[in-house]
Design a protein around this ligand. Structure first.
Ligand code: GLC
Length: 636
């Protein structure tokens, strides 16, 4: 596909003279893939080429409207394409109201984020949501308005400007799969507008819904069973994968694609630098499948990426695809789109496996996940994390459990370890689990799941702290962009407050969505408190990480086989070794027995002191080591 003279002229008339040449150059690069993907999706529709040309014209107009500061950032990033892979990158994730009241409050916390070393801030949904239940903001009523209680669009622009000045990129959710039932498209559909009904999957009777249901999973089996909601005003049944008030968009309709793509670019022009593409696996439906990870869902994401590359090339896309390990790498693009889909994706299996390693005091599943994770295309990176606002979903580990030929009850036991009946140190709660093979998830803040609420002795306290630092230590060195979930850096516990009770009763995930704890924050520099000790240790890890280029996301990661299954030896690049003990007993690791490393003398990264070959690890302990001598060139 090459640009016709006519289209080139029409686009040129919409571009300012100073931006014309670079826009058209980027368009020429992206056009073949963009046109191929969109024509595969929509080419059969009458008027496809006219629709395509109109889309590009809108994109050109949005590029012309892009503020100069953001275009400068685009240009800067084009000379540093790997900026987000640096060992200097650290993410932080928070709800606006829980963290700081509103967007202006977030701006006031920038000094704190800088103290922590944050370079990327994911603010959970802050766009206008429906009144009443709204799934923590994931039911969006308007993509062009900020939720009024959190601020305004000009507050958002001011915040992104201040964050940029502080070297922090704002990540925002783009809820792609569904809109709220009071979004203008949904209201029009419910008012009988046939055109807008085609923005959704609506069915006059249960015939097709029942056929789909036969192979669909359920996201909220207990609180929102089924995937369809009866909405007579919309003509029968509406597809609602999540809550009944979240209507799935119909991406077979090109107007839906164009509407969401342009919404993304408008938000990018407000200064959003990273988009978390919420529920990305669900975008395409196909009878007889689980309607996740369909090839067309990837084509949609690839087409979005092309448009971003053309009009806002400094912006990144992050897939929120909480799916088993084998389904994850395609979100970075495959085949002719290798590396041309999302630059970032959550490594959810690794996150779940690190919790499993603690429960089992055995690192087997971590090994399985890493073994099942291929190297990524250049200029992409995992998001490594410990906790987030959702439950820890155990089902992503099913293929890894099957590959390891474990007994089928393994995931149930792991979930049970952290669930309501847990007899050990964890204070968590099962999420949406029903039936023997529905393990589903676990709710709870990391500190609570790791023992902070069941402390009886000083040793218990230190163990709970060590486990929290162990999981974050792993996320910080495993290879990716690490994300801290608000409050974990202060060892904040579960939210049992009366004020949040109703929300928790309706959706157990509110257990891990407490308001930012000002009291703990004030204690963060006090070494006589749990908060102070955890905060200091995390900051030390973060500071150390910044000095180690081998911890950049694009450096190789290798788990070395260790005889003792409670221990982990993780090699990064050629000169870094993290060792960790996932058991409650002190253990010794013989560094000389690790394969692939020539006789190497190791130094502790923090004290810089040489360490013994027979390396002692405390219960739940870890160490970061640096090689004094470079290993064999032949070692892999
Ligand atoms: C994502 C969000 C989750 C939300 C769901 C539906 O998975 O992380 O919180 O409930 O999407 O939007």
């Amino acid at each position: 596909m090459i640009l016709s003279t006519d289209l080139r002229a029409r686009l040129s008339s919409r571009l300012s003279a100073d931006r014309r040449a670079e826009f058209l150059a980027r368009l020429s690069r992206e056009l073949p893939l963009l046109h191929e993907r969109l024509s595969s999706l929509y080419g059969a529709a009458p008027g496809f080429e006219a629709w395509f040309a109109a889309l590009l014209q809108s994109v050109a107009e949005l590029h012309t409207a892009r503020p100069a500061a953001l275009c400068s950032l685009d240009i800067e990033r084009s000379t540093m394409l790997d900026w987000f892979q640096s060992q200097d990158m650290l993410g932080y994730c928070a709800y606006v109201d829980r963290f700081a009241g509103d967007l202006n409050g977030v701006a006031a916390r920038i000094p704190y984020l800088r103290e922590l070393g944050v370079r990327y801030l994911h603010l959970l949904p802050f766009l206008r949501t429906r009144a009443g239940d709204n799934d923590g903001g994931f039911a969006v009523s308007s993509y062009d308005e900020v939720e009024p209680r959190l601020g305004s669009m000009s507050d958002l622009e001011a915040l992104t400007g201040e964050l940029r000045a502080a070297g922090i990129s704002l990540c925002a959710d783009l809820v792609l799969n569904h809109v709220a039932d009071d979004h203008p498209w949904a209201l029009a559909a419910a008012a009988g507008d046939a055109g807008f009904r085609r923005h959704f999957h609506t069915f006059a009777d249960r015939d097709l819904p029942d056929r789909y249901e036969a192979t669909l999973g359920q996201v909220f089996p207990l609180t929102a069973p089924g995937n369809f909601t009866e909405v007579p005003a919309a003509g029968g049944w509406v597809w609602t994968t999540f809550y009944p008030y979240q209507w799935d968009l119909n991406y077979t309709n090109p107007e839906v694609f164009a509407g969401m793509a342009l919404a993304l670019l408008r938000l990018a022009n407000r200064g959003v630098e990273v988009f978390r593409l919420d529920s990305a696996p669900y975008l395409w439906k196909r009878v007889g499948t689980d309607c996740r990870n369909q090839p067309e869902a990837h084509w949609i994401l690839q087409a979005l990426r092309c448009l971003v590359q053309i009009a806002a090339p400094g912006v990144l896309l992050k897939a929120e695809a909480i799916v088993p390990t084998p389904e994850l790498p395609p979100y970075f693009g495959e085949g002719d789109a290798d590396g041309r889909e999302c630059q970032l994706a959550y490594q959810s299996s690794l996150m779940a496996a690190s919790w499993a390693a603690l429960a089992e005091q055995h690192t087997g599943l971590l090994h399985e996940v890493i073994a099942g994770t291929p190297p990524l295309p250049p200029l992409t990176s995992w998001i490594s994390y410990v906790r987030c606002h959702d439950d820890i979903g155990w089902n992503v580990l099913r293929p890894d459990v099957e590959r390891s030929r474990s007994d089928p009850g393994r995931l149930e036991r792991i979930a049970g370890f952290f669930g309501d009946e847990a007899s050990g140190y964890a204070s968590g709660s099962a999420f949406q689990a029903q039936g023997a093979d529905a393990v589903h998830g676990t709710n709870g803040m990391a500190a609570a799941l790791l023992g902070s609420e069941k402390v009886r002795t000083v040793a218990d306290l230190h163990d709970a702290e060590a486990r929290l630092v162990l999981l974050y230590g792993l996320a910080l060195c495993i290879g990716g962009l690490p994300l801290i979930y608000m409050g974990d850096e202060l060892a904040q516990g579960n939210d049992y407050s009366e004020g949040s009770r109703a929300a928790r009763d309706a959706d157990g995930r509110w257990l891990q969505r407490p308001p930012f704890d000002e009291r703990r924050w004030a204690q963060r520099l006090d070494p006589d408190t749990t908060t102070g000790r955890v905060y200091a240790r995390l900051r030390a890890l973060i500071a150390c990480r910044k000095t180690l280029p081998c911890l950049a996301a694009n450096q190789p990661t290798q788990l070395l086989p260790v005889e003792n299954p409670a221990l982990l030896a993780l090699r990064r690049g050629s000169s870094f070794l993290a060792v960790a003990n996932f058991s409650g007993r002190p253990e010794t690791l013989d560094l000389r027995a690790l394969p692939g490393l020539t006789p190497t003398r190791w130094r502790d990264c923090f004290s810089q002191r040489p360490v013994p070959d027979e390396f002692p690890l405390d219960a739940w302990g870890q160490a970061w080591l640096q090689a004094d001598s470079v290993p064999d060139a032949g070692a892999s």
